[in-house]
Design a protein around this ligand. Structure first.
Ligand code: T3D
Length: 264
């Protein structure tokens, strides 16, 4: 649970951890306090075995507008030393999401810009409200990309389109995001919470160790040769093949019953 007025709320219910940005007046931009809380809650969710699915979302009309530019300017004007926020905050966030040993859903309730878009790209699923969109805002403020966008976006849309979207940023509306493969699903705004809850509940009742292993296999295979990927698949098959869920699921299949997964 979270203290009132925290920049990020954290709740766990029925195996689902919901990490919600709570600075709607700033379009959920990431100031330092928000970055620390968001990063630490990702680590909380990863470490908690009772959590079997993680939902990331925003409050108000945005998912997140990325780096808080007002704080950035205030710090710069006060002569504060150059920030190492990429290394200290954004990189750990994206690594926590991509290595999360359970599924991560980005419930994209509104605009996701800059690092906000990058964080949604790092999730396993992006359920997008039809009024929402994505904006690779970095070049607009003369920055390169961070929070993994140069890695994830090209895997979602291909190299040429990623180049276009990063060099010529614009708001990609939900319907285009679906066509491009950025959005997993686009839903009416007033159905977002229900659709995400249904998916999160399903995933939280699923074979968590198998999901974690599939995520590891996909990430590994993306950057290794076929022989290396096959060896890694063998290791992960041995791991999941020895699991309680695998044994019970095969027994349930043969008994023509529905399996119950405990996540181990
Ligand atoms: O070292 C480092 O720090 C590097 C880290 C970089 C990571 C990054 O994320 S870089 C990218 C930063 N983000 C942006 O450049 C996006 C800036 N925002 C926008 O382009 C637009 O606001 C949106 C496309 C997101 C939404 O547009 P719109 O028209 O719906 O809203 P708006 O009118 O532009 O913004 C509404 C308010 O939110 C406004 O405040 P005001 O005028 O009502 O007081 C605006 O200033 C504020 N706001 C929007 N984005 C940010 C923000 N305030 C602080 N930081 C923001 N990023």
């Amino acid at each position: 649970m979270t203290e009132p007025h925290a920049p990020v709320s954290y709740e766990v219910a029925d195996g689902v951890a919901t990490i919600a940005l709570a600075r709607p007046e700033s379009l959920n931009a990431f100031d330092d306090a928000t970055k620390v809380a968001f990063r630490d809650h990702l680590h909380d969710a990863a470490a908690d075995d009772t959590v079997r699915c993680v939902v990331l979302t925003g409050s108000g009309r945005a998912f997140s507008a990325g780096q808080d530019l007002k704080e950035l300017v205030a710090k710069r004007d006060s002569g504060a030393p150059l920030s190492n926020t990429v290394e200290e905050h954004y990189n750990p966030m994206v690594l926590a999401i991509t290595t999360m040993p359970k599924p991560v859903i980005a419930a994209v309730n509104g605009i996701a810009a800059g690092a906000g878009a990058s964080l949604a790209f790092a999730a396993d699923f992006r359920i997008v409200a039809e009024s929402a969109g994505f904006n690779l805002a970095f070049a607009g403020i003369a920055l390169s990309a961070d929070t993994g966008a140069s890695w994830t976006l090209q895997r979602l849309v291909g190299f040429p389109k990623a180049t276009e979207l990063l060099l010529l940023p614009r708001t990609i509306r939900a319907d285009e995001a679906l066509q491009l493969g950025i959005a997993t699903q686009v839903v009416p705004d007033d159905e977002l919470a229900d659709v995400v809850r249904e998916l999160a509940t399903r995933l939280a009742a699923g074979p968590t160790l198998a999901y974690a292993s599939l995520k590891r296999a996909l990430a590994y295979s993306a950057t290794h040769s076929l022989p290396e990927a096959l060896t890694n698949e063998g290791r992960l098959m041995a791991l999941t093949g020895a699991s309680e869920d695998h044994r019970a699921a095969v027994n349930a299949f043969l008994a023509k019953e529905k399996p119950t997964f405990v996540g181990r």
